[in-house]
Design a protein around this ligand. Structure first.
Ligand code: CS2
Length: 488
């Protein structure tokens, strides 16, 4: 097997696609914070396509790793050893696959080398866009839309001369650029959040405000925060996956990634320091992303969550396995078509029933074999984004709430740690406190609904919803999930 680096690019097996441009001519104009699997299989692929077009060579990506720890050390080392190259295998639903080496991440800066090094790179005038994937829960903006300046993580960072959070690093870089007259860059959130641009603006300006009000005013007046909708299913990569992917590619890749073949990126065209010709790479530019975000988050992501909660309860661990269960499929179909679709105002080019069918088709992709535990994890951050509006609107309009109550009952049981067969379920909830996690073991089954993540949903006072939730939780324990799902 061949190792991966600039020097070996021309020796790779012929079925592997390689960059259609000369990497030596590419420089970084985009800095990306959070170079995880999703970024590498999504934005890095779009930019890889873009770099193949004429005149785009100043839009390569500088990856930035800002969370210190063992994982970052390993990643920084892999980026260094492989010159930023990695392989992406895309699987189509018919199991055919395309393997390509992505060359768009032309540089990498890691907190392993100190946070000053990151600020320095972001402050350099060549960087005209700073994009981010820092997860749904990574913005510290509460349900009222306020930046949580008192959160211990933020408060700690505000005290540092050299900050370490995304907010601290970016605002410090912007401060230096203002001082040097280097002008602003665009901050582009690529996380699964509704109006992610606005959320990012609240977070970055909130942080700046707490340090220096005049800097906050400058950022508000000069930096643009476009929203965008990102879509591609990208599973976690286990050690077994690494072996399997490398065996198929013939490349000894330290960090291969894989995904479905579907991809979409809809971006609000609002860039204060120029932008690449995204269109040439298949990115959709628009004046209003919100309707696209609504459809994607409330159908695909919420559908994913419901599939994960019910699938895990049924004893499945993979998405495609759960999709072979007729009860689960009809629960999903009814949720997407009967519960969510009537509440949405989709963009003109989106037909909701075809969208729902396509979502199910994507979930069935056997070769992707996405993990239900991955999808169900971090629900403390995801549920308010994916489900709250749907639940609130269902309650307000007096529509059927049974499927959503059931989904949340399944979620609570998953968090309690056992599926319908008594096997262990392990979800990771980085945004939950220990006290919040203990609520799933409370003998009062309704205590879960008092969690702060449910505030503002309208379920606090809705007896019908609360009764249904409680009954489903107890039925899941006594009757088992299959019998309950059959009634939905
Ligand atoms: C998933 C997403 O983790 C989740 O909740 O629903 O990661 C999903 O795979 C992507 O948003 C698809 O674009």
């Amino acid at each position: 097997m061949t190792g991966l680096s600039n020097a070996t690019l021309h020796t790779l097996p012929p079925e592997v696609l390689t960059p259609a441009y000369n990497r030596k001519e590419v420089s970084a104009g985009i800095a990306h914070i959070g170079v995880g699997n999703f970024h590498r299989a999504h934005q890095a692929l779009y930019i890889d396509r873009l770099l193949g077009a004429a005149g785009q060579s100043s839009w390569g990506i500088l990856g930035a790793g800002i969370r210190h720890g063992r994982r970052e050390e390993v990643r920084a080392d892999a980026f260094r050893r492989q010159d930023g190259l990695f392989s992406l295998t895309e699987f189509a639903p018919d199991e055919s696959r395309t393997i390509r080496v992505i060359g768009s991440i032309v540089d990498y800066v890691s907190c392993v080398d100190g946070y000053e090094a990151i600020i320095d790179r972001l402050a350099a005038p060549e960087i005209r866009i700073v994009s981010l994937t820092i997860t749904e829960g990574g913005y510290f903006v509460d349900s009222e839309g306020r930046f949580q300046v008192d959160d211990p993580f933020i408060a700690e960072d505000l005290k540092r001369d050299i900050p370490q959070s995304a907010f601290g690093l970016v605002t410090e870089a912007l401060r230096r650029r203002r001082e040097a007259g280097a002008g602003p860059f665009t901050v582009l959130s690529c996380d699964n959040l509704q109006h992610n641009g606005r959320v990012a603006e609240t977070a970055f300006c909130g942080f700046a405000e707490a340090r220096d009000a005049s800097l906050a005013a400058w950022i508000r007046g000069n930096v643009s925060f476009p929203s965008c909708m990102v879509d591609r299913i990208v599973p976690s990569v286990s050690d077994d996956d690494i072996r399997r992917l490398n065996k198929a590619s013939g490349i000894d890749d330290l960090m291969p990634v894989y995904s479905e073949d579907f991809i979409q990126w809809v971006v609000e065209d609002k860039f204060c320091a120029g932008r690449p010709e995204f269109e040439t790479a298949g990115v959709q530019l628009t004046g209003n992303v919100e309707p696209y975000e609504q459809v994607k988050l409330r159908m695909l992501n919420a559908g994913h969550s419901i599939l994960a909660f019910s699938g895990l309860m049924m004893g499945y661990r993979k998405v495609d396995e759960a999709m072979s269960d007729n009860g689960i499929v009809s629960l999903l179909e009814n949720f997407l078509n009967e519960d969510v679709a009537p509440l949405l105002s989709p963009p003109e080019d989106v037909n909701l029933s075809s969208y729902a069918a396509q979502v199910l088709h994507r979930f069935r992709n056997h070769a992707v074999g996405d993990q239900l535990e991955r999808i169900a994890s971090d629900s403390f951050s995801k549920l308010p984004v994916f489900l709250s509006e749907t639940v609130t609107e269902l309650l307000k309009t007096g529509r059927d709430i049974h499927r959503v109550a059931f989904a949340l009952a399944c979620w609570a049981e998953c968090e309690a740690g056992k599926d319908g067969k008594g096997a262990v379920i392990k979800l990771s909830e980085p945004a939950a406190t220990d006290k919040e996690r203990s609520v799933f073991h409370d003998s009062n089954l309704l205590a879960v609904l008092d969690l702060p993540i449910f505030s503002g949903w309208g379920i606090e006072t809705n007896k019908g919803f609360r009764d249904a939730f409680e009954r489903y939780r107890s039925d899941l324990r006594t009757k088992g999930p299959a019998e309950v799902i059959a009634t939905l």
